[in-house]
Design a binder for this molecule. Sequence first.
Ligand SMILES: C[S@@+](CC[C@H](N)C(=O)[O-])C[C@H]1O[C@@H](n2cnc3c(N)ncnc32)[C@H](O)[C@@H]1O
Length: 447
Amino acid sequence: MAEAVSELQAGRQRQKLRSEVVHGWYQFVLAYPDHLIADLLMRLGVGRGALVLDPFCGTGTTLVECKKLGIDSIGIDANPASVVASQVKTDWDLDPELVEELSRHLVAKVAPLSQALLIGDMPLFSNRSDLASLRAHILAQSPEGQYVVQSGMISRHWIDETPFLISVALLTEIKELRVDVRYTLLLKLALVSCIVESIANVRFGPEIYVVKGSGNHDVLRAFTAKVSTIADDLRTVSAMPEVGRNWVLEGDSRQCDVLLREAGFEQVDCVITSPPYPTEKDYTRNTRLELVYLGFVHDRESLRRIKGRMVRSHSKGIYKEDSDGKLVADLPYIKALADELRRKTAGKKYGFAKLYPRIIEEYFGGMYRHLLSLSQVLRPGGKAAYVVGEQCTYLQTFTPTGTILAQLAERPEVGFRVSDVMVWRIRQGTTGSGNAIKEEIVVIEKK
Ligand SMILES: C[S@@+](CC[C@H](N)C(=O)[O-])C[C@H]1O[C@@H](n2cnc3c(N)ncnc32)[C@H](O)[C@@H]1O
């Protein structure tokens, strides 16, 4: 199979398929680099005919790379915005001419309003001649826009008001299109992609933060450019002779066996993934604009439901009723870590520090459940590669995430053996500890 992949790669080079093709439709700072996937597929001896699973698929990097190489794949993610991104990025059977035609139609519809807002002159809206009534008119048609305001994103400067109003008007027009929903999803993704890349004032480093006044106000120009890139990429990929098939499922990979069976899959051949780590990263905060613009978050409860499906990895996404930690709290390597954190946080007054030992337990408990569930659907002899980083996030407490995941996987009831641990990146600790922190690829094999 490995040979098959190198042939495919050679073929890919012949076609001069730029690596960023499709990946750039929507990107996320916590994604892993696309070249890693082809390398891993080759190392794991996976080629055409295999079914690859990414149980934490994020922006769909694994799926897109598999598709380019003619390999079938399934992605699962608990975040519906990531599911949309992965779905759109693997749907290459769309007509690029129609995509561009729809984009021109949308831009023509929103242009008068955009111009009026941008120049502060509203001749075309003489019956709603002040900004307040124009704003009210746009917002009245957009529950997504109303929630952006209500949730405080405007007052906290996540996005300036003018580009916000233009983007919301564009979103309303996209929703009104009477076309196949796959086209609407693509256009919505193009819009949210522009919003987080350049229109909003948010930056990622890797956490989300605001740089006031840094956003690009010319929403229509950014949207046109994004759609045109997507259409060009669709032309490129439609010339590829054989691409893999894809399925994307929304759900909790702590029960990936249930999700896969419900979708009609009994077994997968291989896993390539980067799961969450216990690093205080809140995937619903880093993708909040996407979640709101795509209509998935419209109140606290809808946000809470999405957070509830996530492996616990930060102190603002942990709940009283959580109980995954109990499954692993007595294992010596997890107990030692949690006890060290209990000692360090004993005298701390601030509330979140008290949660650190629990996050460690809940995180590894969640990943333990995921591994148990995976062992039900990965074929015997099948390999799973986890790209994970060591951490010093919590009070500089060294957390060897990859080593602990490997130990959990090797427990008799879970049923894997560790076949390889590779270091693929070393970075300096960001916590002031100065420690070199390894990012590893832990490869486990189903017995
Ligand atoms: C490190 S990111 C994956 C990034 C991905 N490799 C990429 O290239 O974009 C981890 C992902 O796990 C997802 N996630 C967290 N908990 C999950 C769960 N219980 N089930 C499925 N996905 C989950 C998050 O939404 C996030 O997209």
